[in-house]
Design a protein around this ligand. Structure first.
Ligand SMILES: *Cc1c(COP(=O)(O)O)cnc(C)c1O
Length: 423
């Protein structure tokens, strides 16, 4: 292990004195990561949902090389450029029709902050400034900055640690009904009660549609989204969809909200937006909300990142979206889904496994107990795959370009390693 890394660099959610292994990657190509020691690993994570076309993709490389020569960056205050214009044209075409206004930022967490600010400024402009709180779901994950953290699960987000500085939001149970089912009659009672009693202080309901990602990899009923939307309209509360993980095909639809046919008032995208090449996120909203904010006080939207709409990132996003739309992505996702279902289902017969669930290009094996990260990571690397579980969850979300043989290597590694632990 590299000593500079070991002694001086923090990794995500890690301790400086951690004994967990960290592997140095030298290069990456297609679905394979090449380690410095020469070993190759098949990437089952798409580098956290992002690398949908795989690494070192020729068209992506070419588009970025051309853009570097034109302009890598330029400030966005008072200036604009073709990559931002073309990307915006594309985004308003492929997202729900009412979403017409786009705010670019550098990461998913910031896109969520921006969404929350939009909701608050909207109500402020509507002369209802008390509407500042948010409703969120248990097991939600919306990012690591303070406002985003305030709407992420209180236990896994350690709200107790930050209790005096993060805003206190209202949490409701995660949806119980599964994807493909309709909701139970009483499932939205808690939401309805809270809206009934507190809608004068609530700005918006924020949800990850269909798939709760980093908070538990939970797939839930599309019906829930339709009913939640009705309740939000009835009680005058905005609806924010965080599609940062689910966007760009992962669940089998281009955006997960399409499973429910529900259009949010505000939507966040990120992660796979640039095909994983660069960091970029966006918050989209309706004409109604942007007009209202414009007509309020101070008459501007209060946010503006230094690297807003970075031209390289916008070029990566535009190229990635074109590649996705031109590929037969639905067929690819269906094939991945079928294979994950077939090859992971045997895990259901293992004692240590609670359940296997698959949706689109996401395959999850939920264990009864948390896994030992050190052992399991070393086992996966020894098996030639990159799989990074968290808690009780071992899961795959491979690049969409993965072929059946490589996917089989990933699922076999999971099956064999779980088998080893389940005596
Ligand atoms: C990853 C993620 C975020 C945060 O994005 P970052 O780019 O890590 O800040 C927010 N919401 C969801 C649903 C995510 O999966």
């Amino acid at each position: 292990m590299n000593t500079i890394d070991k002694n001086h660099i923090w990794h995500p959610y890690s301790a400086m004195n951690s004994d967990l292994p960290v592997y140095e990657v030298e290069s990456a190509n297609g679905v394979r990561l090449k380690l410095k020691d020469g070993r190759e690993l098949i990437d089952g994570m798409s580098s956290w949902w992002c690398m949908i076309h795989g690494y070192n993709q020729p068209e992506m490389n070419k588009a970025l090389e051309q853009q570097v020569k034109k302009m890598s960056h330029v400030m966005f205050g008072g200036l604009t450029h073709e990559p931002a214009i073309e990307l915006t044209k594309k985004l308003i075409e492929i997202t729900p029709a009412l979403l017409q206004k786009v705010f670019y930022s550098d990461s998913g967490s910031v896109a969520v902050e921006v969404a929350m600010k939009m909701a608050i400024q909207y109500w402020h402009a509507k002369k209802q400034p008390e509407k500042q709180r948010f409703i969120s779901l248990r097991s939600a994950y919306h990012g690591d900055t303070f406002a985003a953290m305030s709407v992420s699960d209180p236990d896994t987000g350690m709200h107790s640690l930050f209790k005096d500085i993060i805003p206190h939001q209202i949490f409701i149970e995660q949806p119980a009904s599964r994807f493909g089912e309709s909701c139970n009659k009483n499932e939205l009672n808690e939401l309805e009660q809270i809206l009934k009693n507190h809608s004068d202080e609530i700005s918006a309901l924020i949800l990850e549609p269909i798939v709760q990602g980093a908070g538990g990899m939970w797939f839930y009923s599309a019906d829930y989204l339709r009913k939640a939307k009705e309740l939000c309209e009835k009680f005058n509360v905005l609806l924010i969809f965080d599609e940062i993980a689910t966007g760009f095909g992962r669940t089998g639809k281009l955006f997960a909200c399409e499973h429910a046919g529900v259009s949010p008032d505000i939507m966040c995208i990120g992660k796979a937006l640039t095909g994983g090449y660069l960091t970029l996120a966006a918050t989209l909203t309706t004409e109604k909300i942007s007009n209202t904010i414009d007509n309020g006080n101070p008459g501007i939207f209060m946010h503006g990142p230094t690297f807003m709409a970075n031209p390289l990132a916008c070029t990566a996003a535009l190229t990635s979206i074109k590649l996705l739309l031109e590929s037969n992505w639905q067929e690819k996702i269906n094939r991945i889904q079928r294979q994950l279902e077939q090859e992971l289902k045997i895990c259901n017969t293992f004692d240590a496994v609670k359940e296997v669930r698959v949706l689109g290009a996401i395959g999850v094996v939920e264990m009864k107990k948390p896994v030992n990260m050190k052992n399991i990571t070393e086992d996966f690397v020894a098996a030639g795959v990159w799989v990074r579980p968290f808690g009780k969850l071992i899961y795959l979300m491979p690049p969409f370009i993965i072929n059946a043989n490589d996917l089989k290597i990933l699922t076999t590694a999971i099956v064999e390693i779980i088998k080893k632990y389940s005596y």
